[in-house]
Design a protein around this ligand. Structure first.
Ligand code: HEM
Length: 294
């Protein structure tokens, strides 16, 4: 049944009900939905005010087809029935709300979410590609990217704790595997893995990544993940969050709420774009290419 305009609680309930998926990765769509909310927002530029979580530009090939967004069409297609059922919600509100609901459903903190994002009605408004971080790089790259969005060192480390969720997919980013043993449970495991274990180069034909199997299964880290424990200013925060789960939950909630507010302009009328279900899986709507294929 369709909901009344503005009944975000009904939308929340419907998002929560479709996250469990025994046949998908580790049993939940939660991680990929969190990644959709992050990539929808992480194009922001604090000086120009461009980019950010409004627009839902990934509906267009210009942004959806950015190799950094490879795989996220699965999350967008997943949410399409919710958009059809609640046609009054904007895509950009739906995607960010879905991230917040997914974190909560996976045992994470309550994150403040305020509606009001509007959707682009043309591809020409999409941000340029290449604004999201590249996992092959080091700490100076992380600072370039996240300072551009207006985050500081502590917030960079807190946001990175989302890698307690989900995994890398060889056919999307080129990298492969999960960061933690229980990747559908929001936790501070990621920081514990970084502080307690020794990470060595994985010998394989894929891109450079780190590996460790002390816990009985092979886990992974990207070069940018290791940068957090190698960098003198990032490291104290990694230790703080490894030792204090509550502090991590509180700081993550604050930083993620800030992330999904980037670039939001509530002076525009709240008009939703029509649902695109039929077209969304089509390549012109951004299936993207995996890094390995570039
Ligand atoms: C710090 C810089 C970051 C880099 C370089 C990075 C890179 C990556 C890469 C390469 C993947 C694997 C994609 C795939 O192959 O499917 C991934 C997955 C993921 N990232 Fe990040 N990420 C960063 C920050 C973040 C942030 C800030 C968040 C959220 C707050 C986040 C949330 C996730 C989640 C939840 C997944 C798992 C997706 C899935 O299971 O499908 N990442 N990230």
């Amino acid at each position: 049944m369709a909901s009344q305009k503005g009944d975000f609680e009904a939308v929340r309930r419907d998002i929560a009900s479709l996250l469990d998926a025994p046949d998908w990765d580790d049993g939940s769509y939660g991680p990929i939905v969190v990644r959709l909310a992050w990539h929808a927002s992480g194009t922001y530029h604090v000086e120009t005010g461009k980019g950010g979580s409004s627009g839902a530009g990934m509906r267009y090939e210009a942004e959806g087809g950015d190799p950094a967004n490879a795989g996220l069409q699965h999350a967008r297609v997943l949410l399409e029935p919710i958009k059809e059922k609640h046609p009054w919600i904007t895509y950009s509100d739906l995607w960010t709300l879905a991230g917040v609901v997914a974190v909560k459903e996976m045992g994470g903190p309550e994150i403040q979410w305020i509606p009001g994002r509007t959707d682009f009605d043309s591809e020409e408004f999409c941000p340029p590609r290449g604004l999201l971080p590249d996992g092959a790089q080091a700490s100076d790259h992380l600072r370039d990217i996240f300072y551009r969005m207006g985050f500081n060192d502590q917030e960079i480390v807190a946001l990175s704790g989302a890698h307690s969720l989900g995994r890398c997919h060889a056919d999307r980013s080129g990298w492969d595997g999960p960061w933690v043993v229980n990747p559908t449970r929001f936790s501070n495991q990621y920081y514990k893995m970084l502080t307690k274990f020794k990470w060595t180069k994985k010998e394989w034909t894929g891109p450079f990544q780190y590996r460790n199997d002390d816990l009985g299964e092979e886990l992974m880290m990207l070069p940018t993940d290791l940068a957090l424990i190698e960098d003198d200013a990032f490291r104290p925060w990694v230790h703080a969050y490894a030792e204090d789960k509550d502090k991590f939950f509180a700081d993550f909630a604050k930083a993620f709420a800030k992330l999904i507010e980037l670039g939001v302009d509530r002076t525009k009328p709240y008009e939703s774009a029509p649902a695109k279900s039929k077209e969304l899986g089509a390549p012109e709507h951004g299936t993207g290419l995996g890094r390995a294929k570039l």
